[in-house]
Design a protein around this ligand. Structure first.
Ligand SMILES: [Mg+2]
Length: 233
């Protein structure tokens, strides 16, 4: 079985360090302009899509080379912001849940996130989690939209294990309607957690298989997750 965690609002909160670092990067690259996220939908979206919308809204070039330069600078900015003042906190129950899952046989952990890989690892590490525990991942540039990410994670699981995984044994844990949507669209299970700003009622209405206020207490959530594990033969 595969348990895929979203990052922002699910594993951790960072006082919007990522958004501030993105603005720092845009302002350094284009000092003549004032950038803002006004009118840009952020929650549960891929950083690549946020980047595209920001460049389009502010009339600055958007080609692969500019995107690479932006990504590198964004990584530098977030690293220095968090080194100066670590604002990342792991959300309730996260450390315990990840620790418990990591000990379970037949459970693979991963990240399914709109973050770029480098900044994903930086945030996760600052929350007190070892990013290397998450071995099957899908990141911002792995697809055009979030719905494209779960099949990428399944492919990576199959490559790593030498056999395919039934999507019904893959669970996406996330805090936004987009997390629920990308799971259901691909036949995955969806565990939604109301720690990111979307109320439990709204996440339920999106069709999540299980909705919790937070990832604590660990036991009932762990039991529900492990009920999707492949029976041992
Ligand atoms: Mg999130």
């Amino acid at each position: 079985m595969l348990v895929l965690f979203d990052i922002d609002g699910t594993l951790l909160k960072s006082q919007h360090a990522g958004m501030h670092a993105m603005l720092d990067a845009f302002h350094q690259l284009h000092p003549d302009r004032r950038f803002s996220f006004d009118g840009v939908d952020i929650a549960g979206r891929l950083d690549t899509l946020i980047y595209n919308e920001m460049t389009s809204n502010h009339g600055v070039p958007n080609d692969p080379e500019s995107h690479d330069v932006f990504r590198q600078l964004y990584t530098t900015k977030i690293r220095s912001r968090l080194a100066d003042c670590n604002t990342v906190i792991a959300l309730d129950g996260v450390i315990e849940l990840v620790d418990q899952l990591a000990k379970e046989p037949g459970v693979e952990l991963g990240l399914l996130t709109g973050n770029y890989p480098d900044t994903a690892r930086i945030k996760v590490r600052h929350a007190g989690l070892d990013p290397d525990q998450f071995r099957v991942n899908a990141f911002a540039m792995d697809g055009a939209t979030r719905r494209d990410l779960p099949p990428v994670a399944l492919d990576r699981y199959a490559q790593r294990h030498g056999s395919p995984l039934d999507p019904a044994r893959a669970i996406i844990i996330g805090d936004t309607p987009n997390d629920v949507d990308c799971a259901l669209h691909n036949g995955f299970r969806s565990l939604a957690v109301a720690t990111g700003g979307f109320p439990a009622e709204q996440l339920k209405a999106c069709g999540a298989h299980l909705v919790v206020e937070k990832l604590s207490p660990t036991k009932p959530i762990l039991d529900w997750l492990l009920s999707h594990r492949e029976p041992t033969r």
